[in-house]
Design a protein around this ligand. Structure first.
Ligand code: MCN
Ligand code: CUM
Length: 784
């Protein structure tokens, strides 16, 4: 019987995820698992109103509850200059409201008690006297003259407008439109949805009154950046702050912002001198933490009669809620909406965007999105679908006609982005073959004759992930590079420390694999550490699928640094010159004689025991990597749906997803990322919605109103791949963590429109629920 040799964990090996061992045994260490002696608990009193002036706050009843240690109000925080804090986009946000509440669920006061339930009960006893004001619940309403002013505390703020921003070339775009045979227009809305990680947000703040050291266990996707911001906001010396991000039960962007609860718990621990824990419940997470989208988009595509695209014009209006708190580079106010030209060779484009304050929770960019790429991708893919429909072209044909061609890379887009590499026609072909596209079109035609509704949706998305370079990208002024520190111990085992932070993406496995490939140490012998600011090198954290493009590149580079030193040591051991040493998968040998070799383990031991004269001991190093460009993963997604004319119910019959994220480090992990993203895309397209009534009451504040897909609803996915390496990444990898959430919603919606387009239905906004589909059919006299 053949014995299977276990995979060493080189690039391309689908080894099992190391971290899952502790997760599936229930041995993970999540925020709520952190318990310290003498720890107190915090609960938050939140506003029931979306917009109201605070007349008075009476804390007496709460204070009188046995077990309550303190009640913190905005007034108390104001004495320490902590009632307001800066947001990641340079605005300010109330930590605890002092003047007004500006969204339902806003933090008003906090109770600190010796028991979490006592804290909750007491928080409910805080009496707040409100003067209710008119609420503004959408950005169109917010920008009307005479709309209630939400941010009246901001000096110089006379209305609810936040920013106006443009990209591309207006004159050139206008010219393209004037020469066009036809213009196709689409107005669409990408509704507010929520990342909804399984684990909500929380903190255990432990400020030592004797030393002044603050240890903060925090659900943070970016612990280093958060530490710097804490140092600046709280005025604490940065070396006295240690942020530890323990195991994270999903982030999806929700754990990028700094939330008021973190700040109050830290302040409370500082004032009381005891550790304070705060953990949100599900509704608190849904109503007050970083949401996603809420974007109104209007696109126009200028075309020639043969289907060639000439220009793109886009206007967007973004609902940012009461505080402008998107995490996004300061240079790009609307994030990476620039790549709205997608996979197409568009000679001209002009993008305009405005942001408005409303009486809704702040946030806006979170949820597998790379700073608004999701909305951009949705718009262009829906717009191309509309064009195909109006021009009676096959949606694959119009795409093939306009794709940026493989030989055009590196490609400079009309809005000034340099796409690194791609082969769009190939990804589409692989997807079409896998689906059996032609046959299905025939089936569709047959069905249509019988009055049955079947649709095939196409989306050929390109996204952009992996911020920096630092000269173009920053968060709150901090340049976006990332880092890796590698220590190889005498026995040849290693510890890799990273500036990024996994929330479930499998970093402990995949980053070890990069070292395995570069140095030959088996992945099982490499411990990956992240998320502790005292013990990992500075980095900007994990979001925008930047870990592999940036942290992964840093890992490869630090491994190569160590390899160069290892060659000098190997030369010493082999009594040769370092220039003659070759390396192949963990073995060093003199060029031409591979039989006499030293392993990386031999070399590691020698690094501490037997060094050539003059060489420093040890085998360790650190690399800070500032990428020359971002990476541009892409793919084609195809969806087949059947629609019931009696109920409007949409059934996803098939979903084929072909992704290209360059070189795959661990194909199984990549597929897992895509599965998750396709599921989220499905939820966004068909189920998830956070909406608000006229008074600003949040509808969608729990999982019976806000519908996440379970295994019952989720379709089966058929996956395929192409590999177009990134030319500037040391191992050719592009990010993949967001691709499927970015690319799939348009594919699902396009499938629905493909099924009903012949009836004259051009658009149904997400979530495409059966009642909306039925109503659209009914309007055209096509419902049963
Ligand atoms: N990978 C690979 N080969 C590639 C690209 C990636 O093997 N060519 C592996 C990576 O090494 C890593 C994983 O795939 O283990 C995702 O890598 P990457 O695309 O670099 O994304 P990040 O690690 O930076 O993760 C961030 C991304 C984002 S922005 C969101 S939001 C999101 C996502 O990842 N949140 C997630 N996927 C998630 N998955 C889980 N389980 N939980 C989340 O909160
Ligand atoms: Cu924008 S969600 Mo992810 O980039 O953490």
């Amino acid at each position: 019987m053949a014995v299977e040799t276990p995979l060493k964990g080189n690039i391309g090996d689908s080894i099992k995820r190391k971290e899952d061992d502790r997760f599936i045994r229930g041995k993970g260490n999540y925020l709520d698992d952190v318990n310290l002696p003498g720890m107190l608990h915090m609960a938050i009193n939140r506003s029931p109103f979306a917009h109201a002036r605070i007349k008075s706050i009476n804390t007496a009843a709460a204070q009188a509850v046995p077990g309550v240690v303190a009640v913190v109000t905005g007034e108390l925080l104001a004495q320490h200059k902590l009632a307001w804090m800066p947001t990641l986009s340079g605005d300010t946000q109330a930590v605890l409201a002092t003047d007004k509440v500006r969204f339902q669920g806003q933090e008003v006061a906090c109770v600190i008690a010796n028991d979490p339930y006592v804290a909750r009960d007491a928080a409910a006893l805080i009496e707040v006297d409100y003067d209710v004001l008119q609420a503004v619940v959408n950005p169109q309403q917010a920008l009307k003259p005479g709309a209630p002013l939400i941010r009246d505390e901001k000096e110089g703020q006379k209305d609810n407008h936040i920013y106006h921003w443009e990209a591309g070339d207006k004159a050139k775009t206008d010219e393209a439109f004037s020469k066009a045979d036809r213009v196709v227009k689409l107005d669409t809305f990408y509704p507010r949805c929520h990342p909804s990680p399984l684990e909500t947000c929380g903190i255990v703040a432990d400020v030592n009154p004797a030393t002044g050291h603050a240890t903060l266990w925090m659900t943070s996707q970016a612990p280093h950046a958060h530490r710097t911001l804490f140092a600046i906001v709280a005025g604490l010396p940065e070396q006295n702050i240690r942020i530890i991000s323990p195991d994270i039960g999903g982030g999806f962007g929700n754990k990028v912002p700094i939330y008021p609860g973190y700040v109050v718990a830290t302040a409370a621990s500082l004032l009381i001198g005891k550790p304070v824990k705060w953990v949100e419940d599900r509704s608190e997470n849904l109503i007050s933490t970083g949401f996603a989208r809420d974007y109104y988009m209007s696109g126009e595509l200028a075309l020639r009669n043969d289907g060639r695209m000439l220009g793109l014009r886009v206007k967007m209006l973004s609902d940012n809620g009461a505080f402008y708190a998107d995490a996004q580079p300061t240079k790009f106010r609307a994030g990476l909406f620039h790549i709205v030209t997608g996979s197409y060779d568009l000679p001209a484009a002009h993008v305009e965007t405005d942001g408005a304050y409303t009486n809704k929770a702040p946030g806006g960019v979170a949820y597998r999105c790379s700073f608004r790429v999701t909305e951009a991708s949705y718009l262009i893919e829906r717009l191309v679908e509309s064009a195909a429909l109006e021009m009676k072209m096959d949606p694959t044909e119009i795409r093939l006609k306009n794709f940026i061609q493989p030989e055009q890379f590196p490609y400079m887009s009309a809005t000034g982005f340099e796409y690194d590499s791609g082969n769009y026609p190939k990804a589409m072909q692989v997807a079409l073959d896998k689906l059996g596209y032609k046959e299905l079109r025939k089936e569709q035609a047959e069905k249509r004759k019988k009055g049955e509704l079947m649709g095939i949706g196409v989306a050929s998305f390109t996204e952009v992930v992996g911020a920096g370079p630092g000269k173009h990208y920053d968060i709150a002024g901090l340049r976006m590079f990332d880092s890796a520190e590698l220590r190889v111990h005498p026995t040849g085992k290693a510890i890799l420390k990273l500036g990024v932070k996994s929330q479930g993406q499998g970093h402990e496995t995949t980053f070890a694999q990069i070292v395995t490939e570069e140095l030959g140490i088996p992945a099982a012998d490499i411990e990956v550490q992240e998320g502790d600011t005292d013990n990992t090198p500075y980095g900007l954290g994990t979001y925008a699928s930047r870990s592999t493009p940036v942290g992964g590149a840093a890992t490869a580079m630090v491994s190569r640094k160590l390899r160069d030193k290892a060659k000098i040591i190997a030369a010493h051991l082999l009594e040769a010159s370092a220039a003659d040493i070759e390396f192949d998968h963990g073995k060093f040998f003199v060029r031409g004689s591979p039989s006499k070799s030293k392993t990386i383990q031999d070399v590691a031991f020698a690094a501490y025991t037997n060094l050539p004269d003059g060489l420093e001991a040890g085998l360790e190093g650190v690399t800070y990597y500032d990428p020359p460009n971002m990476t541009y993963p892409f793919g084609t997604y195809l969806v087949v749906v059947d629609i019931d004319r009696g109920t409007g119910q949409v059934k996803v019959r098939r979903m084929v997803a072909v992704d290209d994220c360059g070189v795959r480090i661990n194909p199984m992990v990549v597929e897992g990322q895509i599965h998750g993203g396709l599921t989220e895309g499905f939820g966004i397209a068909f189920m998830e919605l956070i909406t608000f009534d006229e008074e600003g009451n949040c509808i969608g504040s729990n999982f019976t109103d806000y519908l996440l897909p379970t295994s019952w609803e989720t379709p089966k996915f058929e996956m395929g791949e192409t590999v177009t390496p990134s030319p500037h990444h040391p191992i050719g990898a592009k990010g993949v963590g967001e691709s499927a959430t970015v690319g799939s919603p348009a594919a699902y919606v396009n499938a629905v429109i493909d099924a009903v387009g012949h009836l004259g239905i051009r658009n149904i906004d997400m979530p495409v629920t059966s009642d909306k589909v039925w109503a659209a059919l009914n309007e055209k006299g096509a419902a049963e």
